[in-house]
Design a protein around this ligand. Sequence first.
Ligand code: ADP
Length: 366
Amino acid sequence: MNKVSVECRDIFLSYGKTAVLKGVNLLVQPGEFFALLGPSGSGKSTLLRLIAGFNRASRGELLVDGKRIDDVPPYARNIGMVFQNYALWPHMSVWDNVAFGLVERRVARHALRERVQKALDLVGLSEFGDRRPNQLSGGQQQRVALARTVVIEPQVLLLDEPLSNLDKNLRVQMRQELLALQRRLGITTIFVTHDQEEAMTTADRMAVLDRGVVQQIGTPADLYDLPVNPFVANFVGTMNVLAARVTRTPGATELAVEGVGMLRAAPDLPGATGATSGDQILASFRPQHVQVVGSGGPRDPDLAWLAGTVKSSEFLGEMVRYRVSVGDHTIVADQAHEAGRSPIVRESPVSLGIHPRHVRLLEPND
Ligand code: ADP
C-alpha cells in the first residue's frame, strides 16, 4: 500500500463568530500513528472532521500525499473515519455492516466476500458475521467499526476517541490491539484523545492542542522531557511549576522563588540558556525528581533544599506521592516505596531536594 502523509497548513475554522482552530500547522508522516491530544473543547474533533471533509476551513490548506484536497468531497477522499459511538447499523448483521462500504462502491460479489472475510479476520471476529451489533460487547462493536472502515482500504484512518466508550481494562487491552492493527496495515492514522496516557502509550508522535492552537508536536518522550510551556508540562504528566526570578547567570542559574527559597538550574538545559539576571520565569520539575528527607536526614550538597511540611501522602504501590506545602506553594514529590517503610506522616517537617539538572525553565504566559 502507498503510505501517505497528511499536512495541515495554517488552518483556521470558526463556528459563527467563535474561532475554533487558529492557525493549525502539522505534518503527519506516512504510516505514522499520530495522536491529537487536548482537553475537551480544544478543537480536536473539529480538526479530525476537517481532515475527513465534514468541516471546511475558512483559511489554510489540507494536503494528503502532498496534494491539496480542500475541494475534494468526503466520499472521494479515500479517508476512513471511526466515530466515537461506532455508528453501526443496528438492523444489519456484522457482515452486512462491514460489507456496506463495498456495496456502495459496487465491488463485485466475489471480491467483496473475500475483503469482508479478511477484515473480520483482521479484528478477530470471523465467527461473528451473523450477529447483530446489540449481540456484541462494547469491544467487539468497536472492532466491527474498525473492520468496516479498513475494509474500504483507506489511505488515512481517522479515529475519534476510539476507546472512550469502553471500560478501563478493556480500553488498555484495545489500545494495544489498535496499535497492532495499525502496524500490520501500515496505514497513516490520526486519533483524537483527551487521555494523555492513551496518547503516550500508543502514539509515534502527538500534537497537544489548547483552545484551537497546537502547543507542541513531538514524540511522547519529547513532550514529557522537554515541554515548551506550562500547559504541555501539566497536560503530559504532572509538573511542579513555580514562578521565579533569575538572580545569577551564567554558571548554575540561580532562581529565587518568592516565599520558598532558592533553586538552581543547570545552565546548559534547554530553556535556561537565554535567561539573564532579573528575568521572571517559571521553574519546573517533575515529582519524581524531588527528594524528600525527614528532619535530620542526610542532605546532598549538590541539590537545592527547600523546607516544607507534609500535607498528604498517597500510597500508590511502587511509590508514595507526597503533597508538601512550601511557603504558599504545594510541591508534589514522588518517592519510591521501600518494603516495610511507612510513609512520612502528615504535618511532619521535611526538606525537599532538587538537583539543578532536573529544573527546567519555562517562559511565563505562553
Ligand atoms: P474537542 O474535540 O477537543 O473536545 P471540538 O472540536 O468538539 O473539541 O469543539 C471545539 C469547540 O467548538 C468547542 O468549544 C465546541 O463547543 C465548538 N463546536 C464544536 N462543534 C460545533 C458546532 N457544530 N457549532 C458550533 N460550535 C461547535
